[in-house]
Write a protein that binds this ligand. Structure first.
Ligand SMILES: C[S@@+](CC[C@H](N)C(=O)[O-])C[C@H]1O[C@@H](n2cnc3c(N)ncnc32)[C@H](O)[C@@H]1O
Length: 658
């Protein structure tokens, strides 16, 4: 009988060549084998995989079709075929074949994941979410599935109970580099409301017997892992939570002031302390609370050398002021249960202080506005982030650029071997570290006015083992002192804080190589209409920028229910001191229109290449479906007129120097 499949050893040889990325040799050998075994499922399949790698997609498709015809029960064959249809843009055929895969094997999680991707691309987020949940419930270690889930959760509002989702949300909040907690905060809140008893638990704070039931409430909340983790990773952007957490903080203070050291408070306090630290103590404090804090502080100060201090006393104070602000803190040898809080509120602070001394400076800051802006960010580095969303793996620049769909001929795009990227106004490092994770083999220069922001950025870069960023202090107006021309410059949320944004933009353009790319982020006049009116009111009331005024201003907005300003309550920035300062109390803010951007681009000898944000682009494409429309700023202007809030996350666009 004629053998249908070749010798195992031959197959292994092809696989070895393939794994060593010797695709042409693998192809050669496979072609030889297939001549002898034309109906071998294995070799047809491998040949399909090789052609996929070589981007010969139609050849690959035909091979996989042959494979599944030879064996209609071969799920890997259907999976490969589905992937090829996906690459060829034949999504309906891809869906059919992924469905065939899961019909043959219900636990084939990658097929569910890819179905999720197709539905996400089609903006069918609910369906995509269902598939990602299915993927992760089969394989809870599939990291790519978590990235996809995080992606869809940023544009879909959870609206029904789900027994899995809170577990996955918890995982996303525990991981340092999958997603910015703020980006999924609304859904974490929804997940808490829909799938936990948090509302019932908080409602006990209003019960007639309160505070007799207080310990019970803490016990119940301690069981809510998602809530406790959420409190540790970002300011919770919701006043309902703020109101209740404030009340709990107050009652634990009462208990501890009265020397009632209940062990159950510990776990909750660790989270509450992190939450208060992250929001930079934005919660309003009563005079009675101030008095009690002072007394506990005195108690600790008096006892520090002679008696053991109860951890709960330390923790409750850290819910009102950072640990580093207490003189006695350096004398404490923290117990293991205090370690997390000590790292967050004491060790990190000291580490940043050390980094501040080490950061190199390119210039004295002379510009009057730059001095004011610097002072603001020295006092309140912004944003104070914990986790962020990095790329799964770095890729060569061209591949990354290809994905953004810019108005550019990729064949004419050339990058030198030593690509250098400037992040101008890098703040606390989120942007620079994210960019560093995207591109392979690049060197990043990250410049900012504020030493304290840079120190925060540097500490986080070290924590994430991000080695290719060089942090520099200085004014971007003095960039020529760096004596460098960059391959890419990115500056998001910076130019609109300068006295003359066009002058700043010109300095950036001067440091860009010819034909090189620039990413700019600017505030939109239309999208920030409401913020502009609040800023105007603050100015007319001559409210000085102090922490106390910011706290009182917020209290006023929440308690007096000024409905015209309601929308501000939905901004995550409204839930931390540095956020409110950046949002409403900034020393300098310009806002732009698309017309103005167009005129600046022309003046600077740049060419507009397209907007960055996928969500915005998807909305635009629903109305303007020609590729060239994507680069037509006049059409974008019309689009924004009809969707005034669309650029609430700033205009973020690419341009090129000609
Ligand atoms: C709103 S933060 C944005 C930070 C960062 N780009 C991000 O997206 O996370 C603005 C930053 O720009 C910096 N900045 C403003 N004017 C600058 C200037 N003239 N030169 C350098 N940095 C500047 C500020 O110090 C601040 O850290």
């Amino acid at each position: 009988m004629i053998k249908q499949e070749p010798d195992k050893k031959l197959i292994e040889k092809v696989i070895l060549l393939f794994n060593e990325k010797k695709y042409l040799e693998a192809l050669d050998l496979s072609n030889k084998i297939i001549n002898e075994y034309p109906n071998s499922i294995l070799i047809n399949n491998i040949l399909g995989v090789i052609h996929t790698e070589l981007k010969n997609y139609t050849l690959a498709r035909d091979l996989f079709i042959k494979v599944v015809n030879l064996n209609p029960k071969y799920n890997d064959g259907f999976y490969n075929l589905a992937n090829i249809y996906n690459k060829l843009g034949e999504e309906d055929n891809a869906i059919k074949n992924y469905e065939k895969v899961v019909e043959l094997d219900k636990s084939y999680y990658k097929a569910y994941n890819n179905l999720g991707n197709i539905f996400r691309k089609r903006n069918l987020n609910k369906k995509a979410l269902e598939y990602y949940i299915l993927t992760l419930s089969i394989n809870p270690n599939y990291i790519r599935g978590f990235y996809n889930l995080a992606g869809v959760l940023q544009h879909y509002i959870l609206d029904e109970k789900n027994k899995y989702i809170n577990k996955f949300l918890l995982y996303l909040l525990e991981k340092k580099i999958i997603v910015r907690p703020n980006a999924i905060a609304t859904n974490v809140i929804n997940g808490l409301f829909l799938n936990t008893n948090v509302k019932d638990n908080f409602s006990l704070l209003e019960n007639n017997i309160y505070p007799k039931n207080f310990n019970k409430i803490i016990e119940l909340l301690n069981e809510n892992k998602l809530l406790l983790q959420f409190m540790k990773v970002c300011p919770i952007p919701n006043y309902y939570f703020e109101k209740n957490l404030k009340k709990i903080r107050n009652e634990i203070l009462n208990q501890i002031y009265n020397l009632n050291f209940k062990k159950i408070y510990l776990k909750f306090l660790i989270s509450l302390s992190a939450q208060c630290f992250l929001n930079e103590y934005v919660y309003y404090e009563t005079d009675e609370e101030k008095f009690k804090i002072n007394r506990i502080n005195e108690r600790i100060t008096n006892n520090i050398n002679t008696k053991e201090i109860n951890d709960l006393e330390i923790l409750i104070l850290s819910c009102y002021s950072p640990l580093y602000s207490f003189d006695w803190c350096k004398k404490i040898n923290p117990s293991s249960q205090l370690e997390e809080t000590f790292i967050l509120q004491y060790r990190n602070y000291n580490e940043e202080k050390k980094y501040t001394q080490k950061i190199k400076s390119i210039s004295e800051i002379n510009d009057k506005i730059s001095i004011k802006v610097k002072n603001q960010y020295e006092e309140n580095p912004y944003p104070r982030w914990t986790n962020l969303g990095l790329s799964i793996e770095p890729r060569v620049i061209k591949e990354v650029i290809e994905d953004i769909n810019l108005d550019i001929d990729l064949k004419k795009l050339h990058f030198s071997k030593n690509v250098e990227i400037l992040i101008a106004g890098c703040g606390t490092g989120q942007h620079a570290i994210t960019t560093a994770s995207k591109y392979k083999n690049v060197k990043i220069f990250a410049l900012d006015l504020s030493f304290n922001s840079l120190a925060y950025a540097k500490r986080k870069a070290e924590e994430l083992n991000c080695k290719n960023i060089n942090f520099i202090q200085g004014d971007l107006l003095d960039l020529k002192k760096l004596d460098k021309k960059f391959d890419i410059i990115e500056s998001v949320g910076v130019l609109h804080h300068m006295a003359d944004p066009l002058a700043g933009w010109e300095c950036l353009t001067d440091c860009l190589k010819k034909d090189a790319l620039m990413l700019i982020g600017l505030y939109s006049e239309k999208a920030r209409d409401n913020i502009a009116s609040i800023r105007k009111k603050i100015n007319s009331l001559r409210i000085k920028t102090t922490k106390k005024n910011i706290i009182n201003f917020r209290k006023d907005i929440f308690e007096n229910n000024i409905t015209t300003w309601d929308s501000i309550k939905y901004s995550p920035d409204f839930y931390s001191i540095s956020g409110v300062r950046d949002l409403l109390f900034h020393v300098q803010e310009h806002r732009f229109t698309i017309k103005k951007i167009k005129s600046h681009i022309n003046k600077l000898g740049l060419v507009f290449l397209g907007f960055e944000e996928t969500y915005v682009l998807d909305q635009y494409k629903k109305i303007y479906n020609q590729k060239k429309d994507l680069y037509d700023l006049d059409k974008w202007e019309d689009f924004e007129s009809n969707n005034p809030r669309i650029f609430s996350g700033m205009y973020q666009f690419w341009c090129k120097k000609i």
